[in-house]
Ligand binder design. Sequence first.
Ligand code: AMP
Length: 215
Amino acid sequence: MRLILLGAPGSGKGTQAVLLKAKYGCAHISTGDILRKSLQEETDLSRRVKALMSNGDLVPDDVIIEMVKERLSKDDVTKGFLMDGFPRTVMQAEALDKMLNEIGRPLDAALFINVAENTIVRRLSHRRVCRACGEALNLLDVASETKNCLACSGELYQRDDDSEQVIRKRLQVYRQQTEPVVELYKKKGFLRTVEVQDHYMPEDTFRGVKAALGL
Ligand code: AMP
């Protein structure tokens, strides 16, 4: 399975990628996770990237494309891959097409996870991430206000860019830069869509994802 997951920030791409990976064993390529990891090193580039991310802006295409190119050269990509958070611009989509042609691994589909904006803002402001394993957890999905990661008991934190002001900015960037990517895959006939209702839990969306992909 070679798949792109498309959708606004907070639409659940990362969560669905984790579920798909657990069931079908493909590589999960999240550009946001790769960037967050790269910030642990203090360089001029990492300082610039950190400022852009905290502000809800996109990191420049050339930096991201180079990062994905390197990631696609790893062995685990032969098992298939799930792209999460990439491509986010039409230029990235075109570069991806070229890279995949070069390595002879064309896409099977682009899956669009469609969620209403009000739901996204509510969910993102309740999202927490584990400092130890990186797994995301939504406080809305657990019975009590959980203080630790359900997977590894690690400490949970709120991402800088999950504040309401930055969420609004990220949604604006999404509408301007990434919605055209959804249109592009639609025109190419690659797009499958899953409609997510406000009350859905991750497993409800996962059922829709499998149905949309014919799995
Ligand atoms: P995410 O974890 O996918 O929500 O990404 C967090 C942030 O990382 C985004 O708001 C961007 O600042 C940056 N980022 C992640 N992926 C990309 C990408 N494909 N292009 C540009 N910036 C990205």
